[in-house]
Design a protein around this ligand. Structure first.
Ligand code: SAH
Ligand code: SF4
Ligand code: F3S
Length: 443
């Protein structure tokens, strides 16, 4: 049997695309391996949102040349967001001539045919500029999916992004916003529940914009309300929310719908209104802080997480101080922090006042220190509390489950609990993990 090695970079859209890619490869008669040397196909599902992971792709794939020398039939493939950028595609072709198979984010369903051509010795490069959607049909509909988890599953609800934040490449590589029909999403969730899944995470670059591009009168909050009625489904999560599109109906949905978990990932990016405007985020610092207040009032104890960028062009020390003070004020449960990385073709890459690399680094360390302190304090506060966990699987530290607020907890218990809701008491906390002791299971 032929074997594939699949490396996935980037966000949850890519994680889920990889589940489809795995499904297609398994249907094509391949099995998965973690050993590069064993592979007949090495495939990289890439991300281009920042430069660092891109460099990795070039480094890794260049080094696989020797594997190909040892095994001439080895197919090396690159897919995902990097291939959707014209300039990047050209440099892949030039710098990595030993790559045999290239496809993009809009033609994953074409993989079986493209792969068989590559197996026949052809160098295959097929990238589509945009997705082709037929009446209510998506190209991913009906494709086999090999899911990474047994208890929780990803469900796409909206593809693409049309926000054009000035730093971001995603709208250029993932295309226009395109919502799936609510009945298709419901069908997917019903199917998952019938297979035993207990939790779904609804995916989109901006889930709050769900439905705006559809003929049908619908919205993200009404989609949530609809899915909330599905028997057998325990939990609903979603990511990512854009603060600008976070209306009162969605806040009410978070508060009122019992399956919708108390966690909101609400990327703020920066604390200075001047920078937010230059980023084209469409909100001010004051708006964001007010929104956080409203959310916390409606859903006490909700976990708030965010994304932050340091060193955006023109960021002064004062601007950066505003990011620090916003982080102090909001006290996020955790945050992803990024150094601004200029992306070719985006407006911000052409802004004249780029911040020197040393300044960016120094700032991100300060920001990480602050957030780690806050995250640690918030975790400590959980010690002694009782939490409802959905048990996801096993780990070296015993069973692992997640709280409704999306925190991982390790505890001892029998494997039969996987897929069940369990109440544990938190006994120990560090910045990243919690340990717990099981009490009774919820019927
Ligand atoms: N759609 C989501 C996030 C997509 S990308 C949203 O709007 O929130 C994930 C994160 O990467 C972004 O939130 C941002 O913080 C970061 N990011 C995007 N482009 C970047 C760039 N050029 N440099 C550094 N970080 C970037
Ligand atoms: Fe990028 Fe902004 Fe779209 Fe998020 S909302 S994917 S940051 S352009
Ligand atoms: Fe990266 Fe593409 Fe996601 S660029 S962040 S993998 S949409």
């Amino acid at each position: 049997m032929k074997k594939f090695y699949l490396k996935t970079m980037g966000c949850q859209m890519n994680d889920h695309d990889s589940e489809v890619i795995k499904g297609l490869l398994i249907s094509a008669g391949y099995s998965q391996t973690d050993e590069l040397e064993q592979a007949d196909l090495i495939l990289y599902n890439t991300c281009c949102v920042r430069e660092n992971p891109e460099r990795k792709v070039y480094g890794h794939i260049a080094s696989y040349k020797r594997l190909k020398e040892a095994k001439p039939n080895l197919i090396i493939g690159i897919c995902g967001c990097m291939t959707q950028q014209k300039g990047e595609l050209q440099s892949i072709l030039k710098q990595l001539p030993h790559v045999d198979l290239i496809f993009g984010t809009h033609n994953i369903h074409r993989l079986p045919e493209l792969l068989s051509r590559a197996e026949g010795g052809e160098k295959v490069v097929e990238v589509w500029d945009e997705a082709q959607y037929e009446e209510g049909q998506d190209f991913r509909d009906g494709l086999p999916v090999e899911r990474s988890h047994r208890v929780k599953a990803f469900v796409n609800i909206i593809y693409g992004c049309t926000n054009f934040c000035t730093y971001c490449i995603v709208p250029y590589v993932r295309g226009k916003e395109h919502s799936r029909l609510p009945e298709k999403i419901r069908e997917d969730v019903l199917q998952l529940v019938s297979e035993g899944y207990k939790e779904v995470t609804l995916l989109g670059q901006n889930v709050n914009a769900y439905g705006k591009d559809l003929q049908t009168q619908t919205s993200f909050s009404s989609l949530l309300a609809d899915l909330n009625t599905i028997p057998g489904l325990d939990r609903i999560r979603f990511t990512t929310s854009h603060p600008r599109d976070m209306g009162p109906d969605l806040i009410a949905a978070l508060a009122d719908l019992d399956k919708v978990c108390e966690h909101l990932h609400l990327p703020v990016q920066a604390g200075s209104s001047r920078l937010l405007q230059r980023m084209n985020r469409g909100y001010t610092r004051e708006y964001y802080l007010d929104l956080v207040q409203q959310v916390r009032k409606a859903v006490p104890g909700i976990s708030l997480t965010t994304d932050l960028i340091v060193g955006f062009p023109g960021e002064t020390e004062e601007d950066f101080q505003e990011t620090l003070s916003l982080v102090e004020e909001v006290r996020f449960d955790s945050a992803f922090t990024f150094i601004y990385s200029p992306r070719e073709g985006t407006p911000a890459a052409r802004f004249p006042d780029q911040v020197p690399e040393e300044v960016k680094k120094e700032r991100i360390y300060r920001l990480i220190d602050l957030q780690n302190r806050i995250s640690g304090e918030k975790m400590q506060k959980l010690v002694g509390t009782k939490q409802e966990l959905l048990v996801e699987g096993t780990s070296e530290q015993g069973l692992v489950g997640r709280t409704r607020t999306n925190r991982q907890v390790f505890f001892a218990g029998p494997e039969e609990l996987i897929g069940e809701l369990v109440t544990v008491e938190i006994t120990e906390a560090s910045t990243w993990t919690l340990l717990g002791k099981a009490g009774q299971t919820k019927a």
